[in-house]
Design a protein around this ligand. Structure first.
Ligand code: AMP
Ligand code: GLY
Length: 332
């Protein structure tokens, strides 16, 4: 199987290592890739968010499977363009990627599916934002509605700062604060069948001791020895399957990687957010523990045959990753 991997970050490096280690993968091409990925894949240049360009590259490289790493190409409809060429692709359609592309859309799906999540208001002006902030009280949670590379969320006790962030964003989701440790659960799905990976935890604040602004994630580890027994089964039952059913009902089934960001509150697990792709840096630790060949797993999800896939196998032990960021991150 020839695989084209789209993207070029740390997550794609982990995907490339996993794909290269799969004996079923005969050729691995990454676009644009990065210098680390170059040690296991042939690099090609492409504008990852250009659907026609990625589809043309998939044809040119005779790819049997295209794996799309980041969210921006997914939201731009790159998976649709590749599928239209008759090539299997791991990653949701542009319509289904709205689960990540719009926080308001995700809330709407969660409400329809009865998924436990924070109560929230969608606000587009200062008066409605102020009302929503006062309804929930501090700590205030204000989220940019659109994609913001994990940096669109402000959690603060400072009401003026919360209002200022809302003004900068335009359309925001204001929601109740969820108190409890966070868990990232990745689920591989073909739209109907779904296989959870091991839960991981990442740390989003910039500084040591969980201080400073939110980032895309500064480090991660897996598995989680402290996670409540039965957590994964509960989330599959109460969150993942109802969400997949609601997406099918809307005529936009979600196939690819459903990333469930959870807070484990005193009242039980609550969804903080959905993402439509593997998380970064959690993927680096989760895939380090996966023994099952990655290419075969993603191909099964891409071709609607996940129900026939054997159970996943995991290595014993733990994995940890730490992010080194350039000065000025995450502002610049
Ligand atoms: P998100 O982009 O939605 O994952 O938000 C980024 C981070 O902000 C999350 O990982 C949490 O640390 C924090 N966060 C988001 N929503 C909430 C919430 N309702 N309550 C508490 N913390 C939140
Ligand atoms: N680590 C958080 C994310 O990938 O969104």
């Amino acid at each position: 199987m020839r695989v084209l991997l789209v993207g070029g970050g740390g997550r794609e490096h982990a995907l490339a290592l996993g794909l290269a280690a799969d004996a079923g993968v005969s050729a691995l091409i990454a676009a644009p890739g990065n210098p680390g990925i170059a040690s296991v894949a042939e690099l090609r240049t492409v504008t990852a968010t250009d659907p026609a360009a990625v589809a043309a590259l998939a044809v040119e490289t005779a790819a049997d499977l295209v794996v799309i790493g980041p969210e921006a190409p997914l939201v731009a409809g790159v998976a649709d363009a590749v599928r239209a060429k008759g090539i299997a692709v791991f990653g949701p359609s542009g319509a289904a990627a709205q689960l990540e592309g719009s926080k308001a859309f995700a809330k709407d799906v969660m409400t329809a599916a009865g998924v436990p999540t924070a109560r929230a208001f969608v606000c587009t002006d200062e008066a409605s934002t102020a009302r929503a902030l006062d309804e929930f009280g501090a700590p205030y949670v204000v989220k940019d509605d659109g994609l913001a590379a994990g940096k669109g969320v402000v959690v603060t006790d400072d009401r003026a700062a919360a209002l200022a962030h809302a003004n900068e964003c335009g359309r925001v989701v204001v929601e109740e604060f969820l108190d409890g440790p966070e868990v990232s659960l990745f689920v591989v799905t073909d739209g109907e069948a779904a296989l959870p990976l091991v839960p991981a935890q990442d740390f989003k604040r910039l500084g040591d001791g969980d201080t400073g602004p939110n980032t895309g994630g500064m480090g991660a580890y897996a598995p989680l020895p402290w996670a409540p027994a039965g957590l994964v089964d509960e989330v599959m039952r109460d969150v993942v399957h109802p969400t997949l059913a609601e997406m099918r009902r809307r005529g936009t089934p979600f196939a690819g990687l459903l990333y469930v960001g959870l807070a484990i509150t005193a009242a039980g697990p609550r969804v903080i957010e959905f993402n439509a792709r593997f998380g970064d840096p959690e993927t680096q630790v989760v895939l380090a523990l996966l023994e099952t060949p990655l290419g075969g797993l993603l191909h099964a999800a891409a071709t609607g045959t996940l129900a026939e896939h054997p159970p996943l196998r995991w290595r014993d032990g733990s994995a940890v990753t730490v992010v080194l960021a350039a000065p000025g991150y995450p502002a610049a």
